[in-house]
Ligand binder design. Structure first.
Ligand code: PBG
Length: 331
């Protein structure tokens, strides 16, 4: 860019007033772009704060119904539910995932009854149910076996759809699971249940607080690098997305969020499908730590990061800051 046009061009001109800044804004952010992840635990009237996620709690099923009503009042599009399964119900083979009366199914029913207008997304992966904390079944060597896991994931998704989930979201990164889930849903008549594939999910250090919230951190032996992606790779993310779309995903997700906005942008440019990002637990914790340390203003940090997701091409964002952001956007 040359400076020859100055002073005919003064790009600061439209920035002078709030109304003209709003008039030329290229990107919008609204509560309807947000998906609010919520953790579920046993009991009644229970709220359990999570130490590594300050401001986020696990809620009992009756309280999940309240949160669904709160989401509706705030204009939040959808809630995402994750269970903290009681330790006694976790096993090598994750059988509790197929119990039609498990924590997640009860929470889905309660949320849909309390606020049917709010979407309910459920996570398809076995880690909240396994005694070893891996997303699938492991063999004698500790390797997460693909095809046996895929069969179980399809069963799990079906149980969730039967409970009333609107979107099932496989977060496990097994090969072929989207196709298996899609055909299971079709066969059982759940033709309008949407699949949001965690298509490009990276083996990340940003998931720690989430694992505390669902109680899998202490159980997990080893890492998830044999199925979640290497942060070094971007072309592979495009292959993952292409594969999940070919198998019948309605939406694709990139995860984590801010450190992977380049992936969001590339996916958005390559494929004409809705792209989502998950601003994960470690990202939430970083913003909270920055705010607590006085390094930045919480409200401004939250809105700026969420706008960045939209600018990069996201239709929507999963964020633990959803209720705060929605309140700020409504004000
Ligand atoms: C597990 C799952 C994880 C998250 C969502 N689903 C953690 C993991 O893969 O270990 C992370 C979300 C977050 O950190 O907020 N299937």
């Amino acid at each position: 860019m040359s400076h020859a046009a100055f002073p005919a061009l003064r790009l600061r001109r439209t920035r002078t007033h709030a109304w003209s800044r709003a008039l030329v804004a290229e990107t919008s952010l609204a509560p309807s772009n947000l998906i609010w992840p919520l953790f579920v635990s046993e009991g009644t009237g229970v709220e359990e704060p999570i130490a590594t996620l300050p401001g986020v709690s696990r809620w009992s099923v009756d309280q999940i119904a309240e949160r669904a009503r709160e989401a509706r009042a705030l204009g939040i599009a959808c809630i995402a539910l994750f269970p903290n399964t009681p330790p006694a119900l976790r096993s090598e083979t994750a059988d509790e995932a197929f119990n039609a009366d498990n924590l997640i199914c009860r929470a889905v029913r309660a949320a849909k009854e309390a606020a049917p207008e709010v979407g309910v997304l459920t996570d398809v992966a076995l880690d909240p149910y396994t005694s070893h904390g891996q997303d699938g079944l492991v063999d004698a060597a500790g390797y997460v076996v693909n095809d046996v896991t895929v069969e179980r994931l399809a069963r799990q998704a079906l149980v969730q759809a039967e409970a009333g989930a609107d979107i099932v979201a496989p977060s496990d990164m097994m090969d072929g699971r989207v196709g298996a889930i899609r055909s299971a849903l079709e066969q059982e008549g759940h033709v309008n249940v949407q699949i949001m594939a965690y298509a490009a999910k990276y083996a990340s250090a940003f998931y720690g607080p989430f694992r505390d919230a669902v109680g899998s951190r202490g159980l997990l032996k080893g890492d998830k690098k044999s199925y979640q992606m290497d942060p070094a790779n971007a072309l592979e993310a495009l292959r993952e997305v292409a594969m999940d779309l070919a198998e019948g995903a309605d939406h694709v997700m990139v995860k984590p969020g801010l450190p992977y906005l380049d992936i969001v942008r590339r996916v958005r440019e390559r494929f004409d499908v809705p792209v989502f990002a998950y601003q994960v637990s470690g990202e939430y914790a970083m913003i909270e730590a920055a705010a607590a340390a006085g390094a930045g203003d919480r409200d401004a940090l939250v809105l700026e990061t969420l706008m960045a997701f939209r600018r990069a091409g996201c239709s929507g964002i999963l964020t633990y800051h959803a209720p705060l952001a929605a309140r700020l956007l409504q004000a």
